[in-house]
Design a protein around this ligand. Sequence first.
Ligand SMILES: [Zn+2]
Length: 277
Amino acid sequence: MHIDAHQHFWRYDPREYDWIDESMACLRRDFLPDGLKPELERAGFQGCVAVQARQTVEETRWLLELAAAAPFVLGAVGWVDLQSPEVHSQLETFAKNPKLVGIRHVVQGEPDDRFLLRPEFLRGISMLEEFDLAYDILIYTRHLPVAAEFVRQFPRQRFVLDHLAKPPIKSGSSQPWARGIRDLAAFPNVLCKLSGLVTEADWQQWKPEHLAPYIDVAFDCFGPDRLMIGSDWPVCTVAASYARAMDVVKDYLSRHPAQVQAAVLGENARRFWKLKP
Ligand SMILES: [Zn+2]
């Protein structure tokens, strides 16, 4: 089964999605399961994992509602207030739902570059294992050393890095990004999504060969059993159609054996989040 490990849904409201600026005007509308389904099917994918875009418990509730109504949405990565004294009860409320597979916080948006290491945040993360929930790490390249310090503290927690920590594809440079990726990948409980890459490239001019060197590093560091393909739809549409964003990774994989392709295109995501198609 081919699974898209990273996409979003929203009902557009300029106040709730204020990061969608003029340059991303094509994202200023609703994106719901009915819009994603035909895109998935055309690209040969049968399931997906919906990831939070708003930092509210209402977002988690809403994604779980969508997942309940759309069987191809195999899981949801929600948001709870990991820093709150209430985090345990929030997790208890949602974790009963088998479609809640993970939690994410928009750490890239936090002004404190060492946010991941705040005691209240670490306390919240320490509770995820009890509820068998994974954690999605959403950061920029500059946060990679802090992320390594962070995951070191939780050897039994399942982590997945979003968007390869946003490599500098536009500039074409590789360091210090590649070093940071290698250090984080040294922790065997961290997986990585091959997602969001077209958005980090030049939106108008990008070519698959601009992305390939970064996917090479991901393969070298994480290996084929710890990588999963993700579209980052609808955000990817600022730079590519759904099919084209997925084809970059699918075409890259075509030089690998069928078993490797199956792993990255779905099996690793299924196993990591314990998805039940
Ligand atoms: Zn995303």
